[in-house]
Design a binder for this molecule. Structure first.
Ligand code: SF4
Length: 187
C-alpha cells in the first residue's frame, strides 16, 4: 500500500520552456473552482477523476532529468491539491531546484481561505503567479495573461531577472500527442 500522496493530473510535460525559467517539468492539475471567461484550459476545470499519479511517481520522473531547473504547477487550480503538491515542492526545493505555481486566487485571499495544505505549499513555492485571468485586462506580460495577475517571488531564490527568454507559446510534439502551452498573444 502506498503512502505517497495522490495527484489528479489533467496533463503534464516532462520538459517545457514556456512555464518558467529554464526547462521545467509541468503539471496541469484537474479541477478549478473558477470559471474565467477566456480560460485556455476549459477541459481542466471540472472536478472529476483524470490521471491519478502518486507524488513518488512524479518525483521519480523528475529525478531522471537532472538538467531540469525545476517544476511548474498550473491548472486547473493547484491549491485545490495543495497537500500533495506541497510534498512534491518540498522535495524539489531540497534538490536545490525551483518551484513555479499559478493560482486563480489572490495571495491575500489564499492566506485566509483555510484551504488544506496552502501554507505548506506557499512555503515551498519560489514564484507564485496569482489571480484569475481577466479578459478585459489581457496583456502580453511574462508568464501572465492579464495585468491583474502578479508575480510573487516568495523565496528570494528567483528574481524578475531570471524571467528572460521564456517563449510566450510552445508546442511540444511527440509520437503520442501535440501539447500546446503558453498565453494568448494580444494585438
Ligand atoms: S483560474 Fe485559471 S484555470 Fe481556473 S478558470 Fe481561471 S484561467 Fe482557467
Amino acid at each position: 500500500m502506498t503512502t505517497s500522496p495522490l495527484l489528479n493530473v489533467a496533463s503534464w510535460l516532462p520538459r517545457s520552456r514556456a512555464n518558467g525559467p529554464g526547462a521545467r517539468l509541468v503539471l496541469w492539475l484537474q479541477g478549478c473552482p473558477f470559471r474565467c471567461p477566456g480560460c485556455q484550459n476549459s477541459e481542466y476545470l471540472e472536478f472529476k477523476v483524470n490521471r491519478i499519479v502518486t507524488v513518488d511517481q512524479v518525483w521519480q520522473v523528475f529525478e531522471q532529468m537532472p538538467d531540469l531547473a525545476g517544476v511548474s504547477f498550473s491548472g486547473g487550480e493547484p491549491f485545490a491539491q495543495a497537500v500533495a503538491l506541497a510534498d512534491l515542492a518540498k522535495r524539489v526545493q531540497a534538490a536545490l531546484k525551483t518551484v513555479v505555481c499559478w493560482t486563480g486566487y489572490y495571495l491575500e485571499h489564499l492566506k485566509v481561505a483555510n484551504i488544506p495544505g496552502t501554507f505548506e505549499l506557499l512555503e515551498h513555492v519560489d514564484l507564485l503567479i496569482d489571480g484569475p485571468y481577466v479578459e478585459a485586462q489581457a496583456e502580453n506580460l511574462v508568464l501572465r495573461g492579464s495585468k491583474n495577475q502578479k508575480l510573487h517571488f516568495l523565496s528570494g531564490k528567483m528574481t524578475a531577472g531570471d524571467l528572460v527568454n521564456i517563449p510566450r507559446q510552445e508546442w511540444t510534439v511527440s509520437s503520442e500527442q501535440i501539447v500546446y502551452t503558453g498565453f494568448p498573444i494580444q494585438g
